[in-house]
Design a protein around this ligand. Structure first.
Ligand code: SF4
Length: 165
């Protein structure tokens, strides 16, 4: 029997939503679980850097999975305004998010608990923003401006351009 080794792996995007609930729940038990959030931030970048493009978004992301599962039930489904879908706005959100993250991390110093709390807060705030945006606009509208999605897209584009040279 022949095996297609180039086939895309199976997508788990419809099933990973409990992970984000588990993540926030576990940080209530022990703030150090916030460090696990680094995987959520690092994995999309790792996949993009290894030439897999935005596979995290299409196959694994627990946040995208949550938005896709629950928001269609309550979303008003408005069309996202053009300015929100613009390159400028996406870049601004990316810089703002990473900027805030960097500043908070700087003030957290080497204290692991404080670092974990910073990660949890950033993830929680972006989760709530994602839900609010998904409530008013289409369910996964957050994915249009999500810093991790934007960063993965930029990395993939840069890699593709480099391979064309
Ligand atoms: S754009 Fe962001 S929230 Fe959406 S699937 Fe990708 S990483 Fe997840």
């Amino acid at each position: 029997m022949s095996v297609n080794r180039t086939a895309s792996p199976k997508s788990y995007i419809k099933k990973t939503w409990p992970i984000i609930i588990l993540f926030f729940g576990s940080t209530l038990i022990d703030p150090l679980f916030g460090l696990v959030g680094l995987i959520c931030m690092g994995f999309p970048l790792y996949l993009a850097l290894t030439g897999k493009g935005k596979r995290h978004c299409s196959h694994y992301c627990p946040r995208g999975s949550f938005l896709g599962k629950f928001l269609p039930r309550v979303s008003l489904g408005w069309r996202i305004p053009g300015w929100m879908d613009s390159k400028t706005f996406k870049t601004a959100v990316l810089l703002w998010m990473f900027g805030i993250f960097g500043i908070f991390l700087f003030f957290a110093g080497t204290d692991l608990t404080r670092i974990a709390q910073v990660i949890t807060r950033i993830m929680f705030v972006s989760f709530i923003i994602g839900i609010l945006i998904g409530f008013f606009f289409q369910p996964r509208s957050w994915c249009k401006i999500c810093p991790m999605g934007t960063a993965s897209g930029l990395i993939s584009k840069a890699l593709a351009e480099k391979s064309r040279q």
